[in-house]
Design a binder for this molecule. Structure first.
Ligand code: ZN
Ligand code: ZN
Length: 318
């Protein structure tokens, strides 16, 4: 059987393929088509496609700077139908309200990732939350309070203490939480003592509670933080995925070159050394697949992202 590249070569780039045909070859490895919500834009179009193909991923959402629209267009042109995008810009700069607005008008489907040294409930982020509601797009936020390296500083600090107030104050804003503080706080026993806490999860953690209580909060399972949470306590993980099956989204945040762990040293993040030489996408898809029912797996790796990003349901497969 032809692989996708050979098939494209046979029919030629000018022919519009039925989407199901394209996905057919990509759906096999994981048993469902996979959408990577958290994929940072790479400079060369081919490098973006190489990671998806290598990891068995059909489509991805590119996380970019608001100024990257030309690069996004180049990637989308190189692989039609496979890439959506989010844009980010520092909300402490008033002119970025316009930059974010223009990006959404140009096709961005959300804000992200928003990773800034600004408090969760400060006026700068509040401006971004309000704008996301006005533009009807989700906002993906990196929450981190423990340094990965000396003097890194905190990103959106105040999650555990103040984020519920934000969810209440901005009911029309769709939030997607991500990173260390978001996932470590699935356990009630967490108090910022480590970036990636280990051991069994104590039920009743703030993130678990917020996902259950607020319709406007979703969770992005990408990066070492998401993988670490899913890997701590198999019994808890299966139950957590079942309970929040409509609120969780697969993402990789993987930096490997080939979808097989190539080029990843985690040197800037020694606490994540367990994933050195591994593809985060593959590691997290593996734990999701063994922990969730086929139906829940499909929601987390495909359906939920399509709903949240308002992608056509006809692109669903299998
Ligand atoms: Zn992040
Ligand atoms: Zn990878």
């Amino acid at each position: 059987m032809l692989n996708r590249r050979q098939f494209l070569g046979v029919v030629g780039a000018s022919v519009s393929l039925p989407a199901a045909t394209l996905r057919g070859s990509q759906a096999n490895e994981w048993g469902a088509s996979v959408f990577d919500l958290h994929f940072h834009l790479r400079g060369q179009p081919a490098a973006n496609i190489a990671h998806l193909d290598g990891a068995g991923i059909a489509n991805a959402n590119l996380l970019t700077r608001a100024s990257a629209v030309d690069q996004v267009t180049a990637v989308q042109t190189a692989a039609p139908g496979r890439f959506t995008w989010f844009c980010s810009a520092d909300p402490s700069r008033p002119e970025n309200v316009e930059a974010l607005t223009q990006s959404v008008k140009a096709g961005a489907r959300g804000f992200g990732e928003m990773k800034y040294h600004l408090t969760t409930d400060g006026p700068e982020f509040r401006r971004a939350y309000a704008l996301a509601a006005d533009l009807k797009v989700p906002i993906l936020i990196h929450f981190q309070e423990v340094d990965h390296f000396e003097n890194e500083g905190t990103w959106s600090p105040g999650f555990a203490k103040n984020f519920e107030r934000i969810l209440k104050a901005y009911p029309n804003t769709t939030f997607i939480g991500h990173a260390d503080a978001f996932w470590a706080n699935v356990s009630a026993a967490y108090h910022n003592e480590a970036a990636y806490p280990s051991g069994p999860i104590v039920r009743g953690g703030i993130t678990d509670k917020l996902l259950g209580d607020y319709a406007n909060l979703f969770g992005d399972l990408s990066a070492n933080s998401g993988n670490n949470m899913l890997s701590r306590d198999p019994e808890f993980t299966a139950d957590f995925l079942r309970r929040h099956q409509n609120k969780l989204l697969f993402g990789s945040d993987c930096g490997c070159t080939d979808g097989h762990g190539g080029g990843v040293g985690q040197t800037n993040n020694p606490a994540a050394a367990r994933l050195a030489g591994k593809c985060v996408a593959r590691e997290t898809l593996t734990v999701l697949k063994r922990s969730a029912s086929p139906q829940t797996f499909r929601k987390i790796v495909w359906d939920n992202a399509h709903t949240l990003l308002k992608l056509p349901a006809s692109r669903n497969s299998q």
